[in-house]
Structure formats: C-alpha cells, structure tokens
Write a protein that binds this ligand. Structure first.
Ligand code: ADP
Ligand code: CIR
Length: 355
C-alpha cells in the first residue's frame, strides 16, 4: 500500500491537474475510476502512481504523460498503461503478445532516395534496460554507476567497425557537449518532461556516450533508458545503418542481460518505446509537403509515420529539415518496423514529386 501522504498528494495534484486543459493520453485514460483503483498501489520497488503520472500532471501539454517507474509498473498500473499502449501502438490490445525478436534480412530494404535529393541522414535506435534494475525515478546513485560500469565495459569490447570509446558526461566540457548535441550525436539536457518524471536525479552521474571513430555507432547511457544503441550515417542507405545496428545489439546481448517481457517485448521507461524499441528515422527535406505542417503530419500518419523537428522530439524544424520515423514499435517485428518506415518514406517522396 502506498503511504497515506503519497495518496493525499496524489489526490490534491490530480484535482489541480484536471482543472487545466490537456490533450494527453494520460488525461484521456486516467478517469476518476481508474485513479481511485490505482492510487493506493505500490510496486515491489516501492513506487506509486505518483511516480508514473507526475510528469504528465506537471506538463499538461504532454503527448502521453506517463512513465514506468520500474518494470513491474506495467502490471501494477495496467489499467492506465494498457489503453495508452493500445492507442499509441495502433491497436496493440491487452490480450496481444508482442512477437519474438526478428531482425530479418537487412539487405531487402528499399533504396530510399537513390539520387540523394531529399534525405540528409538515416538513423535507427533501439532501447534496452538491464535486468533486475528499476527505471529512472526509482534508481539510486549507485544504480546509475553500476549500470554505467556494466554498459561501458560491454561497449568498449566491441571490435572492428564498431570499436569505440565511452565518454562519461561528468568529464566532458560544455563546448564538447554542445558540439555533440548540435551534430545530433548526444542527447540534450534539461528536458522538462524527463526532469518532472524524476529521470534526471544525480545528473550527470552515470550518464555518458559511446561512439566509434566514424560516429556511425553510438550509445547513450542512462539518459531516458539504461541503454540507447544508435546506428546512423549521412545519406539514405537503410541497409547499411540497419546491418550495423543488428551487429552491435547482438554482440551486446551476449554480454549483458536485458529486461524482456513475454507480452510487452523489451521493457523501457516510456510506454511508447516498448516491444521492438525501434525508432528508424530520416532527416529529410520535403519542401512542398511541409508547406502545410498539419497536413504533412496527417499524410505521414496514414503510413504510421511520426514527424518531429530537427533536434528531435518537442523541437522545431530548422532549415526545412524534419525527422520522420516509424511511430509504432509493438505488435510487429524489428524487420517489419524498419520496412514500415522505409515504405512510408518512399511514399512521401513520391507524393513530394507529384506536387
Ligand atoms: P530518440 O527517441 O531517438 O531518442 P529524439 O527525438 O530525442 O529521439 O532525437 C535524438 C537525437 O537524434 C536528436 O538530436 C535528433 O536530431 C537526432 N536524430 C534523429 N533522427 C536523425 C537522423 N535521421 N539523422 C540525424 N540525426 C537524427
Ligand atoms: C510526452 O508525453 O510528450 C513526453 N512524456 C514524451 C513522450 C514520448 N514519446 C512520444 O510521444 N513518442
């Protein structure tokens, strides 16, 4: 049972929150009934509904508004997570089971932009959590350092094209950090959604970035998730980017045990990243389509694609560059998620050329 003081705080914050307008999935699915059912619950790590919804309550402009405080949150607070998962992942129902991991054949990907006219760069990332650890709001300072230690050792054992070095954020000067952020290699700091989710405690302890010489394989440690593994390069060669990611994640999986659930797939802090955890994106300029952004987003949506700004989620477009990626990550395999992105981008390019 959650402490009486927590339940009291939940009650007062929730009442205040309901007075503000919000289009988030939190607002849509946390009805009074669901709230009353969940408000006294606690996970084995001692986390409560407050840990799940505090970011969404402080930021009524959230798209989603919830985070899982630890792996068990997905079952203890299923009455809230399940409908959010179903809506975000385009119909993944409470009885559905995420398919087993299947990377498929990376060579069958469509050539996205053979004449290099539209696509600036291609990136695929996946997320992993370490088994037996909670997620951000429930992590201790020691957890951050332990996870960094395990991950940096595994990452620095990668060889060949993947060989690289781990750089703790603690030791990085401001200019280097800013340069890496501007080049789209490093996560930004001070995201209010993550801060209000208590995901930035003990910062910068245990946070850092790994990259190989060419900065085509990168890893983020203890930002939103314990691990984000990223493959990226200039141009539109999806096969090359995908092949490198498969190579790296398979080698990592031999060294580190990652948190996986029979129904939900790989477990992540944000429910939007469950399942395959794959976000495959291009940085792309489609000047005619982008004239009308809401219309562009609507067309992208018909191919299950999501449009973001140049610096990622919650950012604006700079110089007409958009980040377009697959939206759903559950209920399909890794291979299917990448194909969904590839096919959708090909259709958007066709549309641009017809205008
Ligand atoms: P994620 O969910 O992948 O962590 P964000 O939206 O926070 O995504 O973006 C993380 C970073 O990756 C940002 O700097 C963003 O500009 C960069 N990024 C995303 N897609 C691409 C791409 N195709 N090419 C270059 N950079 C990219
Ligand atoms: C939000 O709810 O807007 C933030 N907590 C971020 C949600 C994550 N991602 C998303 O919309 N794909």
């Amino acid at each position: 049972q959650a402490a009486a003081s927590v339940v009291q705080l939940l009650e007062s914050e929730f009442t205040k929150y309901l007075e503000k307008p919000s289009n988030s999935l939190l607002r849509k699915y946390l009805t009074r009934d669901v709230f009353d059912k969940l408000k006294t619950r606690k996970t084995r790590f001692g986390s409560s509904l407050l840990d799940v919804i505090q970011s969404g309550m402080k930021n009524p402009d959230s798209n989603i508004g919830v985070y899982a405080c630890d792996p068990e949150a997905y079952t203890i607070f299923a009455a809230l997570f399940d409908p959010i998962i179903e809506e975000y992942h385009e119909g993944f129902k409470p009885m559905d089971i995420h398919p087993p991991a299947n990377w498929g054949d990376p060579s069958v990907m469509p050539k996205l932009d053979p004449e290099n006219k539209y696509i600036i760069s291609t990136r695929i990332r996946c997320a992993r959590s370490l088994e037996n650890y909670p997620f951000n709001p429930t992590m201790t300072n020691e957890h951050y350092f332990e996870i960094q230690d395990k991950l940096s050792r595994a990452l620095e054992s990668l060889d060949g094209e993947l060989k690289g070095k781990y750089y703790p954020l603690k030791d990085m000067d401001k200019e280097t950090k800013q340069r890496l952020i501007d080049e789209h290699f490093l996560f930004k700091e001070g995201d209010r959604f993550l801060q209000d989710a208590h995901a930035c405690e003990f910062w910068p302890n245990g946070r850092g970035i790994f990259y190989n010489d060419k900065k085509t394989l990168l890893a983020w440690c203890n930002e939103e998730d314990h691990l984000r593994l990223i493959s990226m390069q200039m141009g539109g060669d999806l096969t090359a980017v995908y092949t490198r990611l498969i190579n790296a994640i398979c080698k990592m999986e031999r060294q580190v045990k990652f948190s996986h659930d029979k129904r939900l797939g790989y477990l992540t802090f944000c429910p939007t990243n469950l399942g395959t955890t794959i976000r495959a994106s291009v940085h792309i300029k489609l000047p005619k389509l982008a004239v009308d952004l809401p219309e562009f987003e609507k067309i992208a949506g018909t191919y299950n694609l999501q449009v973001r700004g140049t610096r990622g989620e919650h950012s604006e477009s700079e110089g007409g560059v958009y980040d377009v990626s697959n939206k759903r990550r559950m209920g399909l395999t890794e291979h299917e998620a990448i194909l969904e992105m590839g096919k959708g981008i090909a259709e958007l390019i066709k549309k641009e050329e017809s205008l």
